[in-house]
Design a protein around this ligand. Structure first.
Ligand code: PEP
Length: 254
């Protein structure tokens, strides 16, 4: 049986500026220093990446970007490249978050270009997928997620797929306080893993960590993480407070 280390990711969205971000990163780092059972990634705002990357250098916490452009450089006002993330100390990058898809029109084709570029640059992409409530109610959840996985990962070799992380984040659960049941999330995660096996092979699919995201809190994290196909969590709101984020990390202990 493949054992996948739990991965706990904090997505700070557009919430913390430099000083608050540094204080938050420091508190989380101090309070998770013995959490050798899990990998931890913090995804600060762009202005916090460099100082927090420096602060967390040589600690057990990795830093990730929340987005990036698919080109190496160019006239793309307001964008950031994979190399820029790397030079700020990032190892990971969140791609295709539903807020990027909804507010900035990111399509699966765009997510695919970014994923290929992130891998080429040496970043670990966390590719987000997930259906809206309207899609779920219309019975389309499985089909939507399958399309997002297939198109988002199109053209990746088996070796490249083995190196990525996928996050299932039902849009209706993000920032709403409405969490998917562990059973429902595990069922979709199992489908995602089967799909990864179909586009590569079973061994590769078993190596990929599939995270759940959507209103993860200290009181629901353990039940989610106990499921065999839920390999970690992507946390928004609860990652902005040391108490709640470290309690979620603690939930991965067992
Ligand atoms: C997210 O930002 O990916 C997220 C899951 O947010 P929240 O935990 O606040 O629902």
């Amino acid at each position: 049986m493949t054992t996948r280390r739990s991965l706990i990711v904090g997505n700070w969205k557009m919430f913390t500026a430099i000083e608050d971000g540094i204080a938050l990163a420091r508190a989380i780092s101090e309070r998770t220093s013995d959490a050798e059972y899990a990998d931890i990634v913090l995804c600060p705002t762009y202005c916090g990446l460099y100082p927090i990357g420096e602060l967390l250098r040589n600690t057990r916490i990795a830093v990730g970007g929340q987005n990036m452009h698919w080109e190496t450089e160019g006239p793309f006002t307001g964008e950031i490249s994979a190399r820029m993330l790397l030079t700020c100390g990032c190892r990971y990058v969140i791609l295709g978050h539903s807020e990027r898809r909804t507010h900035f029109g990111e399509t699966d084709a765009v997510v695919n270009k970014k994923t290929l570029q992130a891998i080429a640059a040496g970043l670990i992409p966390i590719v987000c997928v997930g259906e809206t409530m309207a899609q779920r109610e219309a019975g389309l959840a499985d089909r939507v997620v399958e399309t997002q996985v297939r198109e988002g990962l199109s053209g990746l070799s088996g070796e490249q797929i083995a190196g990525i992380t996928v996050a299932y984040e039902p849009v209706w659960a993000i920032g709403t306080g409405r969490v998917a049941t562990p059973e429902l999330a595990d069922e979709i995660h199992t489908r995602i893993r089967n799909l990864l096996a179909a586009v590569s092979n079973r061994e590769t699919a078993n190596a990929v960590r599939v995270l759940y995201g959507g209103s993860v809190k200290p009181d629901n994290a353990a039940a989610l993480l106990a499921k065999s196909n839920i390999d970690g969590v992507l946390v928004g709101g609860a990652s902005l407070h040391p108490d709640s984020f470290t309690a979620i990390v603690e939930a991965a202990r067992s």
